[in-house]
Design a protein around this ligand. Structure first.
Ligand SMILES: [Zn+2]
Length: 176
């Protein structure tokens, strides 16, 4: 699939759509090109020049809290990166001067910043991805109590499906 970034009429990124859907929206004049970056899409009889960013002609209202919280969604939002130490799947943990096992996605889980046992909720702001070691070290404490620093502030994800894509096309960077 060739992904196309869909913007609201306000130029706010909404989501990523397939090139088939983008072509259909363009043909129905629901969207207009929002970038000069063009991808040639080979059709049956001709080549369609598809912009990698399209903008809705009419503004649509988006419910701000439309993305449902789930553990999987938190891990995707954070790209499986530990909020405390920054390790990701594929990295090796350094311990005692030796390179440890290569981490996989299974080594990461959702940490409640304010622990659930102390009233912390399943919310976007109270949860983040953490590696096993940081999760265990933190235990039933807040990051402050454990002397741990957050590498970023957990927030509501703005664009739902972007996190699945590792390489962002150049033309999207103006909007993300
Ligand atoms: Zn960690």
């Amino acid at each position: 699939m060739t992904p196309v970034l869909l913007l609201n009429a306000s130029y706010e990124p909404l989501t990523v759509i397939t090139h088939q859907r983008a072509v259909s929206l363009l043909l129905r004049e629901r969207v207009e090109p929002a970038t000069d970056q063009i991808l040639p899409i080979r059709g049956v009889a001709s080549i369609f020049h598809l912009p990698t960013v399209v903008r809705l002609r009419r503004y649509i209202q988006i419910p701000r809290h439309g993305i449902t919280w789930s553990k999987k969604a938190v891990l995707q939002r954070d790209g499986y990166c530990c909020i405390f130490c920054g390790l990701r799947p594929g990295d090796r943990r350094l311990g005692d001067g030796q390179a440890g096992e290569r981490l996989s996605r299974r080594d990461f889980s959702v940490d409640h910043l304010l622990p659930r046992s102390r009233g912390g909720g399943d919310t976007w702001h109270n949860t983040a991805c953490a590696c096993q070691t940081c999760n265990q070290h933190k235990g039933n404490r807040t990051p402050e109590e454990a002397g741990m620093t957050l590498l970023w502030q957990p927030d509501i994800p703005r664009v739902n499906r972007l996190y699945a894509i590792t390489e962002l096309p150049e033309a999207w960077k103006d909007y993300l």
